[in-house]
Design a binder for this molecule. Structure first.
Ligand SMILES: [Zn+2]
Length: 78
């Protein structure tokens, strides 16, 4: 699929760390699966990944001032 931002690059799968700060607390999630444009560097999250990431961030931020976790895929629906 080609990039909708720059119109030049191809969108390719990659993994990236994601950093979120809320109320002075910081959560880092590593290995988040994204799609990234080879040309302009724009990144996209799948809706299911964004949902799982948000749940993980909320969990980390409710427990720690600074938390680092590896991204885990949500269990596939049976
Ligand atoms: Zn692009």
């Amino acid at each position: 699929m080609s990039c909708t931002v720059c119109g030049n690059g191809e969108r390719v799968p990659a993994t990236k760390p994601y950093v979120e700060e809320r109320d002075g607390r910081i959560a880092v999630v590593t290995g988040v699966p994204v799609t990234v444009c080879e040309s302009c560097g724009e990144t996209w999250l799948e809706a299911s990944v964004a949902h799982a990431l948000d749940a993980l961030l909320t969990e980390i931020l409710s427990q720690d001032t600074l938390g680092v976790r590896a991204f885990t895929e949500p269990a596939p629906a049976a």
